[in-house]
Design a protein around this ligand. Structure first.
Ligand code: GCW
Length: 847
């Protein structure tokens, strides 16, 4: 009986068997009540002029699988002309429909990739302007079915912009032999292995399917820090195989190029973009590629940036560089996406130059070039002037290009935003960027209208999302992070869509129609960006993460004095970048007049960008009435407290989500809750130490429930001064005296007898898998292993710092007054079982 009930419950909730994330939002899990509704769905599909391997063919297959999965209905594909069944789903291009004597009356004008869906009394018509559009319409129809929407309707949908690409930062090899992904947290490359294209490209096809379902039309498959060996004969053949996997889904292949390839691979003695031999070389390569991949999308080039070669080496302009590829691509109809992420980190020195500012670089480098680019060049601009920080103003470069198309580069992979080990729903942040009005020439100049081409009448423009999926079944390393990929595609198609609506559709498709599941995932996701901003860096100060190593975990001190130009200019009394024209780097002057006025003046600059544009004392009073420093303290307490609630919210879904994904997400949320406290304490201690201004609420540096590991009785363990100091509570942790002998740390507890949550903070370096065991008297409370480097996917680190700091909590532990607490740490490899502190927490207290 119980198993029958369970079966019914599982059937009701629409849970499929292996929920490892691979199917993402295309699970086609049974729709609640689907069996009763399926009568309304036709049982025959007519696909017009379908050719195997092309999108209309795929569309028909997708309909068969989708309707079977969602509604348990077997539909057939009707072959041949004539005797068209009455109730059917007709799918194809508008042209094919016309040729097949379809009634085109009332069918609206569609733009490239657009589609029209009409559902009347059980008849379904899905038409695309092209094959790709027909497939997009099909996915949209299936999405409606998947959320249980079967009513009659007519939908016309055209993409807002022609370019809706994703970028993968996949390496062919990385030092070792395999294909890693730069800033990728979901495993190895799905495309490359050991310097060449993988034999098994099944995942490439699955990726294309996911992307097509959200309207993405091209993938740049290799890292913008490009290796010239991508252009060997063998790899060009391999790329053609990837393109073959993409083609059924209407996804085109794009390629990142190393600007110096003519020299590095071609054996020329130059890569000067105006040199005839270089021009010929690129034309030859481009022809070779198009011979193999006639529908190749084009190129992506990162030039003169972070060590990458470029035209400036030869005193040529960036336009000369971009046009080199534009000319080679033009006969084939290809596009060159030329990155605006150009800056010279070697010339940035904050100590000697108050006016030095990396945020100025893009506008300066592209100054005066707007009319020089060929019409198949698109400038790909990161959303903000620096680099995907938790909050940045919109890049001023969007306001400087009117004759050249531009695309906004958004980062789906959470490089600075928690590396998928912290949940951060990014769509609301992107939405703010896309909705921002730059007021060029005093006129409406919303970013989404600039990149769509509408504002300046550009034919080309759009979106580039840095995604960096990997070989893990979760794609991005975290199930919840996939809402970002879904939302990226949806916004690139239509930036006016509401981000909560996107999220809730995604949740229904990915997890369940259960209202509680939708509510909880909505709550967590919507609070996630504000919470992360609160505990990782606020008031526009950037993400105070480690800037020199993994870009993960707190390290506010690394934000100054680095050569990368990501600075906060924090000293004992003041903080923030003065980017004003009157006294600073002049960056505000790169914005059009109305926006400039807002940012130039401290009174009109919004609090959340204050420290981006102004250098102020810690005692500066914000619009909220708080001082800057008190805002820091409060925000870090608030944000990390919010992160704690994600755990209990998620736990309320137990039994409502399949066990596999429930546990996977829970593990990460528990980790995030612990790591958010590391963030809170590191950042607060750092600025308390710097400013000497105490927290009005008396929390910072005051931890009554904590027992520092270095204060315990140690046997085989010894104190270790952590660097940076603020990464450890009290600046010290303990480590085992050598790498082979266990250490013990113990103390007699001075707490009232009662039930507590016992939290232990430790460091999990990527140097081994130490184990720790916690005892109360002789009772073992629990044990854990330092193996997060295999589980989390975030950048592994060998150091004892804010990146590796972690927390484990044992809940509801009965503790007797006078008991002896003992932790035994067993080192492993070179990891000396580091321990920071233990908190004995009464219910409701987090510290
Ligand atoms: O943010 C930086 C990243 C680099 C990246 C670079 C870029 C691919 O840390 O990993 O290089 O931006 O966008 O080119």
């Amino acid at each position: 009986m119980r198993s029958l009930l369970l079966f019914l419950l599982v059937a009701y909730l629409g849970l499929a068997a292996a929920e490892d994330g691979l199917a993402a939002w295309l699970r086609y899990a049974p729709v609640p009540n689907g069996k009763h509704l399926r009568e309304n769905i036709p049982s025959v599909i007519v696909s017009l002029n379908a050719t195997e391997g092309l999108p209309v063919y795929t569309a028909a297959q997708e309909l068969v699988d989708g309707i079977d999965g969602l509604y348990g209905k077997k539909v057939k594909i009707h072959k041949g002309k004539g005797n068209k069944p009455k109730k059917s789903i007709v799918v194809g291009t508008v042209d094919a429909y016309t040729e097949n004597d379809g009634n085109v009356k009332g069918i609206p004008e569609l733009s490239a990739d657009g589609y029209y869906i009409k559902i009347t009394k059980g008849n379904v018509l899905i038409l695309g302007q092209n094959e790709r559009g027909a497939l997009y319409g099909t996915f949209q129809y299936l999405e409606r079915l998947a959320i249980g929407e079967i009513s009659d309707t007519a939908i016309t949908s055209n993409p807002d912009a022609p370019i809706r690409w994703v970028n993968q930062w996949d390496n062919l090899r990385d030092g070792g032999t395999h294909g890693s992904v730069e800033r990728g947290y979901g495993g190895d490359s799905i495309f490359f292995w050991d310097g060449v294209v993988r034999e098994d490209l099944n995942r490439a096809a699955q990726y294309a399917r996911l992307l097509a379902s959200i309207g993405i039309n091209a993938v740049v498959v290799n890292n913008v820090n490009a290796n010239e060996t991508i252009l060997t004969e063998q790899n060009m053949d391999g790329l053609a195989r990837i393109a073959d996997e993409f083609r059924p889904y209407g996804v085109q292949l794009g390629l990142s190029l190393n600007f110096a390839s003519p020299q590095l691979l071609g054996g020329l003695d130059t890569f000067d973009p105006l040199d005839e031999s270089v021009i010929d070389w690129w034309q030859g390569i481009t022809n070779d590629l198009y011979q193999r991949i006639p529908d190749m999308a084009g190129y992506l080039v990162k030039a003169n940036s972070e060590g990458q070669a470029g035209p400036l080496t030869y005193n040529r302009t960036l336009a000369d560089g971009a046009n080199l590829f534009a000319h080679a691509l033009k006969p084939h109809g290809g596009i060159i996406m030329f990155r605006a992420f150009v800056y010279d980190h070697r010339t940035l020195d904050q100590d000697v130059d108050w006016k030095a500012d990396r945020a100025n670089a893009a506008v300066e480098f592209f100054d005066g070039l707007d009319s020089d680019f060929e019409d198949n060049v698109v400038i790909q601009i990161k959303n903000g002037p620096i680099d995907f920080q938790v909050r940045e103003p919109v890049s001023p470069l969007f306001a400087h290009l009117s004759q050249t198309g531009s695309a906004v580069e958004l980062q789906v992979t959470q490089e600075y935003l928690g590396q998928q080990a912290h949940v951060v729903y990014l769509a609301p942040m992107w939405k703010e960027v896309l909705d921002f009005d730059l007021r060029v020439g005093g006129e409406d100049s919303v970013v989404s209208d600039i990149v769509s081409g509408r504002r300046f009448n550009n034919e080309l423009g759009g979106y580039a999302g840095v995604v960096n999926v990997g070989h893990n079944t979760t794609w991005l390393g975290s199930h919840l992070a996939m809402s970002n990929l879904f939302a990226y595609g949806k916004l690139a198609w239509d930036p006016s869509v509401d981000t909560t609506e996107i999220l809730q559709t995604w949740t229904k498709l990915t997890f369940s129609h259960d209202k509680k599941v939708i509510d909880v995932i909505t709550k967590i996701s919507e609070k996630s960006w504000p919470a992360y901003e609160d505990y990782s860096g606020n008031l526009g100060i950037q993400t105070l993460t480690d800037i020199l190593l993994g870009h993960y975990g707190p390290n506010p001190g690394s934000q100054d004095g680095n050569p990368w130009g990501q600075w906060t200019r924090a000293d004992a009394d003041t903080i923030g970048m003065d980017r004003t024209v009157w006294n600073g780097t002049g960056n505000t002057g790169q914005y059009p007049e109305e926006v400039y006025q807002v940012y130039e003046n401290i009174e009109t600059t919004p609090d959340n960008l204050l420290l981006w544009f102004h250098h102020v004392p810690y005692t500066q009073v914000l619009k909220s009435g708080k001082t800057v420093i008190q805002h820091f303290y409060d925000a870090h307490y608030r944000g990390s407290a919010t992160a704690q609630t994600f755990v209990s919210l998620w736990e309320s879904l137990k039994g409502r989500i399949d066990k596999e994904r429930y546990e996977h997400v829970l593990f990460r949320l528990v980790y995030q809750a612990g790591h958010s406290l590391v963030w809170r304490d590191s950042v607060n201690n750092f600025y308390f130490n710097k400013s000497s201004i105490p927290d009005e609420a008396g929390r910072v540096g005051n931890h009554p429930y904590r027992i520092e590991a270095e204060d315990l009785e140690l046997d085989g363990y010894e104190p270790y001064l952590v660097s940076p100091f603020e990464a450890a509570s009290g600046s010290y942790c303990i480590v085992t005296a050598d790498n082979s002998t266990e250490g013990t740390a113990s103390t007699k507890l001075d707490v009232k007898t009662g039930v507590y949550n016992v939290a232990v903070n430790y460091f999990d370096q990527a140097l081994g898998n130490s184990t720790w065991t916690l005892f109360l008297d002789d009772r073992k409370i629990g044990e854990w292993k330092g193996d997060l480097e295999y589980i989390l996917g975030r950048a592994p680190s060998p150091y004892i710092d804010g990146q590796t700091a972690a927390r484990v909590t044992f809940k509801n532990v009965r503790v007797k007054s006078g008991s002896t607490l003992r932790i035994v740490g067993v080192p492993d490899g070179k990891e000396p079982a580091p321990l920071d502190y233990i908190s004995i927490l009464p219910e409701g207290i987090i510290d």
